[in-house]
Structure formats: structure tokens, C-alpha cells
Design a protein around this ligand. Structure first.
Ligand code: ASP
Ligand code: MG
Length: 426
């Protein structure tokens, strides 16, 4: 009997009753003869509440102290889950990320796991204990400081533990039944996917689907760990995130669904640099200034320059949270670049159509744009990858755009399948 690695999210651990229910699920796995290692998130909205507390004390809390504060959330749940398990007559040992051997780089707030040395975990398992690990945190190899992995990082903790412990798979327990063809909060007729490839899941996560942390999918793909996303509120089989095609099944490419789903994201803003002289080196200067300010860009579009003026416009999207920093960085180089002015728009949304079948099926783009047109949605910007088409639209028509696209690609379920069991959506 192998090791089972599980992750429980905050909405599955919202209060004492929820914690007792999770403890019973964990004990059931142990009773069936498996060793169990569990990564836990902070209870309910604890992490958001801790953010609010910090902001009440200081408008710009130091990143090191922020990590000290936020990691406390997961410590609370790990101890409570261990207590609830001991109440059921089994022994559990809880460990912080640092104790569990989760080694990261030293970037506070978005650290990357560089190694997992699970000596204390394997020792505890050897002594017959169930192991509970605080998610979303580690310790920096260089600075020895406590770090966090970014919002939603407990998924990544769980998959990293599964890889280090050579588990066959990693179970991610959440408050919906799996990965859906769209966010069920926007598209009630969204359908649950039985299976999705790492590649498609990476695009979904990068385009705003919050069901899995992006880096957990990268980690799973790199180490070949199948990820089973499922609800802690039901016993239903969820969605398997696996290699394409799933090992052991002989799915022919033609039989695979063409489209995996429609994702949306309303966390981005758009900046347009108007009247950029059309000569060598201007774009480099603009994007250098943004890179120096540590800003991650998403879409970039440069217009053809107007023949009469030899001036062009460059637009790009970026996280709204970086908007102010980017505008300041660009204002600083206005004289040097000689552009005319800057425009800032944060009333935008991104809608993305994702599916590995796009590679072999022509006509997907025209169908997508046709659906948007029929819904009266105007397209602001377009970008594509091999298996994705994304458009920028007005923020207030994102829902219409997602629903129209979902229907155009026959993704609607006949009956409502999506149940949102918990969470405040915060
Ligand atoms: N508690 C952290 C958050 O809310 C980490 C996680 O839930 O995975 O982002
Ligand atoms: Mg959380």
C-alpha cells in the first residue's frame, strides 16, 4: 500500500465541524491501509483576513513580516486537523513547511520550491503517524527566512510532497467537483471534465482559472504526478490532470474533445503608449523600463505606424496591481523615448478559449469571433498560442462573452452539473 498525498483547501476547513469532517476522510484512507500525508490551507478566509490586518497596521508591510504573518494561517489548520485526528484514535504529527523540508528560493510572497527534503515526514510515517503539513510555505535555502509560495500555493506544496515521496498521484480537495469547462459561477451549465492534459491545465490556470495553482501544474508535469482535483464535500470522482493521452488509455487525437474550456480573467489592466517614433530600439527601451520595474507583461500589440507621421502605438496588458508602478516607470522615460502620452484602462477582461485539439482543427478562431460578434462583444486585443486564443474585451461584457463562447463550442451540459459546495468566493 503506497503513500496517499492529499490537499485540503480553506473552504474545506472553514470551521470546527469542517475540520472534523476532513479528519474523518483522512482517517478512512489510513484505515484502508495507506500511509497519508496531507497539505492544508488556512481556514476559510483567514489569509485574506490576515492581509486586511496587516494593511490596517501599515500601508506597505515589509515582505518578510508579511510571510511570517501569513504562514500562521496554515499553522492553525495543521494543528487543528492533527487534534481532530487524534480524537478519532489515530496519531498525527503536524509540521510547518520548514520542518517538512520544503526548501525555496528567497523571494518573499512568491517563492519557488527548489527542493523537498522530507526526512521528518518519512520518519513520522515510519512511526505510524498521519502527517499534516502546513501548505503554501517553506524556508529559503540562502537566507533561512520563512517564505510563502503565492496565493493558492498549498496546491504546489501538495504536488511537491507527492513528487518527493514518490506517491502515485496527488489528490487536491476543493469546494467544487473538479475542473469545469468554464467558471460555474458565470456559466451554470458548465460541464465537469473527466480528464485534462497538463498542457491545457497550464493555459487554463494562466488565463484566470483559479482551481489549481499554476506552479502546481508545472510541478506535476515535470515530475509526472497525476493530479486528481475533486470535492471534499462529495465522494464523486473529480478531474484528472495527466499527460496527453492519459497513460494506459489509447485515446486517438481525433476522439479527444477539441476544446477543454473557456477561461476568464478580470485582474489585468491595459496600458497604451501613444505616438512612439517608429525607429529601431524604441520598443526595447520601453520594455526594458518595465522589466527593470519587475513587471510581468501578458499581451503586447504594436500597431502599423501611420505613413504620414511615422508614429505608432504600443499596447500591452499587465496585472492591475502593477499598474501604478508601470505608469511611473514609463513616465520617467517619456523624454528619452519621445512618445506622446500614456493611456491606462483597467476596465478590461480577458476571455480565453483553450484546447489541444485546436492544433488539428481549422476554423476555431472564426467560430470564436463569430460567437463574440453575435453576443455584441467588441474585441480589443488578440493573442494566441498553439492551443489557446485570448481576447481582451470590456470588463462588463466578460460574462456574456464567456457564455456565448461556451455555447458556440457545444460545451453546455444538458443538466446543471456544477455544485459550488463552499467558499465565500473571496
Ligand atoms: N492560504 C493561502 C491562500 O489563501 C494558500 C492557499 O490557500 O493555498 O492563498
Ligand atoms: Mg486559501
Amino acid at each position: 500500500m503506497g503513500i496517499v498525498v492529499q490537499k485540503y483547501g480553506g473552504s474545506s476547513l472553514a470551521d470546527a465541524d469542517a475540520i472534523k469532517r476532513v479528519a474523518r476522510r483522512i482517517v478512512d484512507v489510513k484505515k484502508s491501509g495507506h500511509d497519508v500525508v496531507v497539505a492544508v490551507s488556512a481556514m476559510g478566509d483567514t489569509t485574506d483576513d490576515l492581509y486586511d490586518l496587516a494593511n490596517g497596521v501599515s500601508p506597505l508591510p515589509p515582505a518578510r513580516e508579511m510571510d511570517m504573518l501569513l504562514t500562521a494561517g496554515e499553522r492553525i489548520s495543521m494543528a487543528l486537523v492533527a487534534m481532530a485526528i487524534s480524537d478519532l484514535g489515530f496519531t498525527a504529527r503536524s509540521f510547518t513547511g520548514s520542518q517538512a523540508g520544503v526548501i525555496t528560493d528567497s523571494v518573499h510572497g512568491k517563492a519557488k520550491i527548489i527542493d523537498v527534503t522530507p526526512g521528518r515526514i518519512t520518519e513520522a510515517i515510519g512511526n505510524g503517524h498521519i502527517v499534516i503539513v502546513a501548505g503554501f510555505q517553506g524556508v529559503s535555502q540562502d537566507t533561512k527566512e520563512i517564505t510563502t509560495l503565492g496565493r493558492g500555493g498549498t496546491d504546489t506544496t501538495a504536488v511537491a510532497l507527492a513528487a518527493a515521496l514518490e506517491a502515485d498521484a496527488c489528490e487536491i480537495y476543493t469546494d467544487v467537483d473538479g475542473v469545469f469547462t468554464a467558471d460555474p459561477r458565470i456559466v451554470p451549465s458548465a460541464r465537469k471534465l473527466d480528464q485534462v492534459s497538463y498542457e491545457e491545465m497550464l493555459e487554463l490556470a494562466a488565463c484566470g482559472s483559479k482551481i489549481l495553482h499554476l506552479r502546481c501544474v508545472e510541478y506535476g508535469r515535470r515530475y509526472g504526478i497525476p493530479i486528481h482535483v475533486r470535492s471534499s464535500f462529495s465522494q464523486l470522482e473529480g478531474t484528472w490532470v495527466v499527460n496527453d493521452p492519459r497513460p494506459g488509455t489509447e485515446v486517438q487525437p481525433m476522439e479527444q474533445p477539441i476544446i477543454a474550456g473557456v477561461a476568464h480573467d478580470v485582474s489585468e489592466a491595459k496600458i497604451t503608449v501613444v505616438g512612439v517614433p517608429d525607429k529601431v530600439g524604441e520598443a526595447a527601451r520601453i520594455f526594458e523600463a518595465l522589466a527593470d520595474a519587475q513587471i510581468n507583461l501578458d499581451m503586447i500589440v504594436q500597431n502599423v505606424s501611420a505613413a504620414a507621421t511615422s508614429l505608432t502605438d504600443i499596447s500591452f496588458t499587465l496585472p492591475r496591481t502593477d499598474g501604478q508602478t508601470a505608469m511611473t516607470a514609463l513616465a520617467r522615460i517619456q523624454a528619452e523615448v519621445g512618445y506622446d502620452k500614456l493611456l491606462y484602462d483597467d476596465k478590461i477582461g480577458k476571455v480565453s478559449l483553450i484546447g489541444a485539439g485546436m492544433r488539428s482543427h481549422p476554423g476555431i478562431t472564426s467560430k470564436f469571433f463569430g460567437a463574440l460578434a453575435s453576443a455584441g462583444v467588441n474585441i480589443g486585443m488578440i493573442s494566441t498560442s498553439e492551443i489557446r486564443i485570448s481576447v481582451i474585451v470590456d470588463e462588463n461584457v466578460v460574462g456574456d462573452a464567456v457564455r456565448a463562447t461556451h455555447t458556440a463550442f457545444d460545451l453546455d451540459a444538458d443538466e446543471v452539473e456544477a455544485v459550488v459546495y463552499g467558499g465565500t468566493g473571496r
